[in-house]
Design a protein around this ligand. Structure first.
Ligand code: 5RP
Length: 230
């Protein structure tokens, strides 16, 4: 089965959780994009909901499908956020941010009563860290921030280094918030809570892609069907 078919199955499961009138957070990435397409079909058929997107890209996609958009100034809470992930551990802790939207994704998920993750089975891991951890940093003082994060990599036994994210055209990647991303190769993150605290203690770090205890349910599609993890 093609990967996109699996993503579509996971997205379709998440769609069953969406009730009329809900305030929804819309994730970013290829799986979230499929969810937004499916939601758009529902909206075109008369379904009512209001959504906060986690990236400019998702906002444009949702608007083009006629989905009503809002923001977290107008809405104080959201009922549900549906988003993808780069890694999911058995405790439903996540690494996110391959798409560079981790800051808005975390703000939107933290403002939601529930976060549902949709993914194909390749995202399941025993221990987080094989996927490089995205760390969003302020442009100012980049060198100092890089040095502080490198010390944290050493403290946490990282097996690889730190890379400033580039676009395919070879330019420095800039997030929707105007920041840079450093991708940190740990190999294995054995103490995610401690790592999260250490990273957030660095003045130049805006946010990181560890989503700990934020996800309530994950729909993970495999060739044998969609597994519901909670
Ligand atoms: C973007 C993200 C994505 O949700 C994550 O990278 C998963 O993307 P995909 O569904 O394309 O595998 O965190 O910042």
């Amino acid at each position: 089965m093609m990967n996109d078919d699996l993503k579509r199955q996971a997205a379709a499961m998440a769609l069953t959780q969406v009730q009329p009138g809900m305030r929804l957070g819309l994730g970013t990435g290829s799986t979230a994009k499929i969810f937004v397409d499916l939601l758009g079909e529902k909206v075109a058929a008369g379904f009512d909901c209001i959504c906060v997107p986690t990236s400019e890209f998702t906002g444009r996609q949702a608007a083009s499908l006629g989905i009503k958009l809002s923001d977290l100034e107008t809405l104080d809470r959201l009922d549900l956020t549906v988003d993808g992930a780069d890694e999911i551990d058995p405790g439903l802790n996540l690494i996110k941010g391959a798409g560079g939207a981790l800051l808005r994704e975390k703000i939107v998920a933290a403002s939601s009563d529930a976060m549902v993750v949709i993914a194909d089975g390749s995202k399941l891991v025993e221990t987080l860290g094989k996927f490089p951890l995205p760390i969003e940093v302020n442009r100012f003082g980049l060198g100092a921030t890089q040095r502080s994060i490198s010390d944290i990599l050493t403290k946490h036994g990282a097996q690889g280094g730190l890379k400033l994210r580039q676009t395919p055209a070879g330019e420095t990647f800039v997030t929707d918030g105007g920041h840079f991303i450093l991708d940190a190769s740990f190999g294995r993150i054995s103490r995610p809570e401690a790592l999260s605290r250490d990273l957030l203690d660095v003045a130049g770090v805006v946010q990181h892609g560890l989503f700990l205890k934020m996800c309530k349910t994950a729909y993970v599609a495999t060739p044998d069907g969609v597994r519901t993890l909670s």
